[in-house]
Write a protein that binds this ligand. Structure first.
Ligand code: AMP
Ligand code: MG
Length: 349
């Protein structure tokens, strides 16, 4: 019988993470970093949605309206996209094999399929049967046998997903999971809402995934800290404007059994938690949806795979990765705006 030795207290850890990230993206007092603190011309809203703590800050005249609209949109997307909410469009699809998707769900599905193709399947929006098998969907974690894994892998083929207008169907037991991309899509949508409200400067932090609009009000770059996957503290800080900074790490969600840790980022080729050797992958891109999909995909690809993939797509994103030996690699496009107390290698085009 498998013995579950330890399970992370998910919400406690996330709350801690939220507090730390809030300090480090908004006020930075604890890490000797200075971002403009919210003042009279800014509005900040903190909330819990999509199973994580979030913080939204907008600056300028229409900041209040922008943040209110963004909050409404987050709750709307949460209701639509969560595979764990039985009324969501995704849950209906997974249960009934057919669902009418709203524009946002169609957008995120199409983008997921594009990223699946560009990453050669490393990002797989049809991974949900595997998430269920390992208990990540229910919280009843367990290590499945090889036969069980092979059985469910047969139901993770994206070609079983069909889109016809707003109608989506899945066949052959395929089930969809937007957990690897929903927050990046959401932060992208919030940036558009901020812009439509006339806001030119803002930052959102969705459980450690950050997206920024414009520069800080004082004209400087946003300083975004990247959490160290093992130790307290940070890998470093990346200074950005108009960019998403999105991180995937096994430490975000995992269980332990017989002394071994099993995390939530699945290698679609094995149906098991990825053992690529990477502990943390941060993707920096002006496209938040792409950044989120790629953070998951690069984690699966591993260090060499991520480097090779970046060379083919270096116009679209940059990365900061850390492996199990503590080696940090930073792609050339962000090396000039990255600060770290650790040694790191700059990956050239
Ligand atoms: P992230 O933190 O963005 O890397 O997303 C991890 C989440 O994405 C997991 O909790 C699953 O819901 C989902 N997921 C896990 N593995 C994959 C994969 N290979 N492709 C797409 N989504 C995945
Ligand atoms: Mg992701």
């Amino acid at each position: 019988m498998w013995l579950i030795l330890a399970m992370m207290e998910k919400n406690m850890l996330r709350y801690f993470y939220f507090l730390v990230i809030s300090v480090c993206t908004l006020s930075f007092a604890g890490c000797g970093i200075k971002n403009t603190p919210p003042g009279e011309d800014s509005v900040t809203k903190e909330l819990f949605a999509m199973d994580t703590y979030m913080s939204l800050t907008a600056y300028g005249d229409n900041a209040g309206e922008a943040v209110r609209e963004a909050e409404d949109k987050i709750h709307e997307l949460d209701r639509m996209l969560s595979a764990g909410n039985e009324k969501s469009e995704v849950s209906i699809l997974n249960r009934e094999g057919i669902s009418t998707f709203s524009d946002d769900s169609i957008n995120i599905l199409k983008k997921s399929l594009e990223i699946n193709a560009m990453t050669d399947g490393a990002f797989n929006p049809a991974i949900y049967p595997v998430m269920e098998l390992w208990g990540f969907a229910s919280g009843n974690y367990r290590v499945p046998g090889t036969d069980e894994i092979n059985d469910v892998l047969a139901h993770t083929d994206v070609s079983c997903i069909n889109i016809s207008g707003s109608d989506v169907t899945v066949s052959d037991g395929t089930k969809v999971d937007f957990g690897g991309i929903a927050k990046g899509y959401t932060s992208s949508v919030i940036m558009r809402i901020f812009e439509q409200c006339g806001v030119t400067s803002g930052i959102v932090n969705l459980g450690g995934n950050v997206q920024t609009l414009g520069e800080k009000p004082d004209g400087s770059l946003w300083r975004t800290a990247i959490r160290h996957p093992v130790d307290d503290g940070y890998i470093g800080v990346v200074n950005v404007q108009d960019k998403a900074v999105i991180t995937s790490g096994g430490y975000e969600r995992y269980f332990e059994e017989d002394g071994k840790r099993y995390h939530h980022i699945i290698d679609p080729s094995t149906g098991a938690p990825s053992e690529s050797g990477l502990l943390s992958v941060t993707v920096i891109s002006s496209d938040g949806t792409l950044a989120d999909g790629l953070s998951t995909a690069l984690f699966v690809m591993g260090s060499d795979g991520a480097e090779g993939f970046w060379r083919e797509h270096s116009e679209e994103f940059d990365f900061i990765i850390m492996d199990g030996q503590g080696k940090i690699k930073v792609s050339e496009g962000v090396s000039g705006v990255f600060e770290s107390e650790y040694d790191y290698e700059v990956v050239k085009r």
